[in-house]
Design a protein around this ligand. Structure first.
Ligand SMILES: Nc1ncnc2c1ncn2[C@@H]1O[C@H](COP(=O)(O)OP(=O)(O)OP(=O)(O)O)[C@@H](O)[C@H]1O
Length: 371
């Protein structure tokens, strides 16, 4: 811990920082470490959803309590409308279209980091922001993003879409800690959130009890068919949003061999399944790429790629594709094709494919639906 404090103590000239406080143990220790390293800390909590639970009222109370304990100011910014529009509406629409949308990277870009920095700058004249993410930064020409040292907690995947202008102003005090070390230090310091249980990966699932319960609250049940690739009807489903690419369990259909979901057809309202040997993909197209630690490549490069937060990095060749007029107009011109060294099961349109070179996050983008 002394090393971490030492590094935080060596920070830039400006010693004022806003700390994004969710009311959990990670952000609590983030604030405590910065205070201990001599930073002038102000807590900042975005109010994202109405209701009870650790993401909502309880989170606000715990965040306020931590600031009180540390003797630093606490601010709450009502971001419920932005969260509803940018995340809840986006998810509901995406799932309805047969995508498996990824909310967290979008939330980090559009709801959390950008708006928190803007608020801190405008309202408090503070130019830096710290969060409890398990990821590391290196400022070496570009602002580079590295995996958190604790491989079980590494959250760099969710941060792939942050622009350079944001990365240059961030501090991640927990990037070199394990979750166990965080908990132990929080307990040692007597932080009131030290023993708070771990939240689920997805805050909306936490809030509603499960992802299924969230979707059921927003999408009316829409029965449809479960079909083989050749169109053979095998059974019925109660909403394509309850399925994801690669899924094998819980399909509710009987067949001579195990089946996997290979496509969700929003227009036909069908779940398309296939036996294992036909269920893999050798390549996919990724759009809206944000190049983080390297400049956009002009030649093919070898990368390790994660197609889901919890999937293992897989070797792939990334080949840049020419920009389209639509991507150019949207200001997200970088596209690429990924050719996997080994066939993949769970390449789901809407999820992020994030490319790494060892511990360095090179860039990432969204897996496109097949044309
Ligand atoms: N509502 C919020 N307002 C401000 N900052 C937030 C909010 N939610 C999350 N953050 C910041 O983003 C970080 C990562 O959030 P995530 O939801 O992944 O929580 P976590 O890893 O369980 O962390 P914690 O233990 O702090 O809740 C948090 O540590 C915190 O700094």
């Amino acid at each position: 811990m002394a090393e971490v404090l030492g590094r935080l103590g060596d920070g830039p000239g400006e010693r004022r920082v806003a700390v994004g406080l969710s009311g959990g143990v990670d952000s609590s220790l983030t604030a405590a470490l910065l205070v201990a390293a001599g930073w002038q800390v102000e807590g900042l909590t975005l109010w994202l959803m109405s209701g009870k639970g650790s993401c909502c009222a309880e989170g606000l109370v715990d965040a306020a309590g931590i600031c009180d304990q540390l003797g630093v100011p606490h601010h709450v910014v009502d971001s419920r409308a932005r969260f509803q529009e940018q995340i809840v509406d986006f998810l509901v629409e995406g799932y309805g279209d047969g995508l498996t949308p990824l909310p967290c990277s979008r939330c980090n870009r559009a709801v959390k980091f950008g708006p928190m920095l803007a608020w801190a700058e405008a309202e408090r004249g503070i130019g830096r922001l710290a969060t409890g993410h398990y990821a590391r930064l290196r400022h070496d020409g570009r602002h580079q993003l590295l995996r958190g040292l604790d491989s079980h907690k590494d959250q760099s995947y969710f941060l792939y879409d942050l622009p350079q202008s944001v990365l240059g102003r961030l501090v991640f005090p927990l990037g070199e800690l394990t979750k166990e070390a965080t908990r132990a230090e929080a307990a040692r310091l007597g932080l009131r959130t030290a023993a708070k249980p771990e939240s689920q990966d997805l805050c909306l699932a936490d809030h509603h009890g499960s992802m299924r319960a969230f979707l059921d609250a927003y999408l009316a049940p829409r029965q449809g068919e479960i079909v083989l690739v050749d169109g053979t009807v095998l059974g019925q489903h109660d909403g394509i949003e309850h399925f994801t690419i690669g899924q094998r369990k819980g399909l509710g259909v009987a067949w001579s061999e195990p089946l996997h979901v290979v496509r969700l057809d929003g227009a036909m309202n069908q779940v398309v399944v296939a036996p294992r040997r036909e269920a893999t993909r050798q390549s996919c197209v990724v759009g809206a790429i944000n190049w983080v630690s390297i400049a956009p490549p002009s030649e093919p490069i070898e990368v390790e790629v994660q197609v889901r937060y919890r999937s293992l990095p897989e070797r792939a060749l990334l080949t840049p594709l020419p920009e389209t007029a639509a991507d150019h107009a949207a200001g997200r011109p970088h596209r690429a094709r990924l050719d996997f060294a080994e066939p993949q099961f769970s390449v789901a349109p809407g999820q992020a494919a994030v490319a790494y070179g060892g511990e360095v996050l090179l860039g990432g983008g969204l897996i496109q639906a097949d044309a």
